[in-house]
Design a protein around this ligand. Sequence first.
Ligand code: PEP
Ligand code: MN
Length: 357
Amino acid sequence: MKNLIIDSIDSWNIKKQEKLIIAGPCSAESYEQVMETAEELSKFNVNILRAGIWKPRTRPNSFEGVGKPGLKWLKEAGEKFNMPVTVEVANSGHIKEALDSKIDILWIGARTTVNPFTVQEIADSLKGVDIPVMIKNPVNPDIDLWIGAIERLNQAGIKKIAVIHRGFSSFKQCEYRNIPEWELIVELRRRIPELPIICDPSHICGNRELLLSVSQIAMDLLYDGLMIESHINPDTALSDASQQLTPKNLKKLLDNLQLKREYIKDKDFHIEIEKIREQIDAIDYKIIGLLAERKKLSENIGKKKKLKKVSIFQPERWNAIAESRISTGKKYNLSEEFILKLFSKIHQESIGIQRKK
Ligand code: PEP
Ligand code: MN
């Protein structure tokens, strides 16, 4: 993307392996909790220690973070166990306190990214400061709003930027606390290839059971790192208890992850892959050709409906299309979800085409 200047994570000068691992409690709760968690995390490859100090909570009167004293605990833990530390900031006051306490890295939470006024306030108060900033996705799946936040920070001179994918809230009930919408991240990577992307499986999952599979998807999609909540005694946590892992279980999860590489040196592998890709390309062009034929038919039917003053949208016809395509898809082992998504798009397009007639 034009006009963005984003440095790689290597410029942050952080000791790390292939992937950046950020871990720590959802919230700093007490001096002991922060120190004990940090000590355990420092025993394996955690590169950055996280803790929320000011907590954005859905309802009032729940634990809203320990505030300023937590900054001191976190910094002390980071220095003692040799880890840079990061906190969430949501306004210029937080930034002043975080910078005064020499916090190494800042992150912007999902409820803040969504608000351009607040993001601009944060950007303005970071002018002239050289600090890495990680920007969580906005709560709603709006890629431009997310990119807008990156631009605001970048225009204020922040070049050490990464994004954190923590999923998107939805009214729909599903297995995730926040739906990942992986395709949005694929699109973000297409638009800003140099942007480091970190996955936060904790807030995507909302529980411990799904953490490994979501983290593995992130590795398969070549994310640059993970931010995972870890608490010395998760069941007693004052926020997000059900999704936090003990440091020991976090280590197990990291040991079980398979890292994937974008490229390998293996001639035979590349030859085989190329052959398959040629076939995939040929099929894709066929699909486009068929869609063009379908478009002509939509135009034709659109004209006829217009002439007779018949509505473009025909609910019964659409129900029949959805049902029959889903059941045919099933015969070929294509999931209902995929076929419905695909044909909804095709049907929507057809309605648009007919409207123009
Ligand atoms: C958090 O990281 O604890 C947090 C509040 O995250 P989010 O902004 O993703 O909800
Ligand atoms: Mn949390």
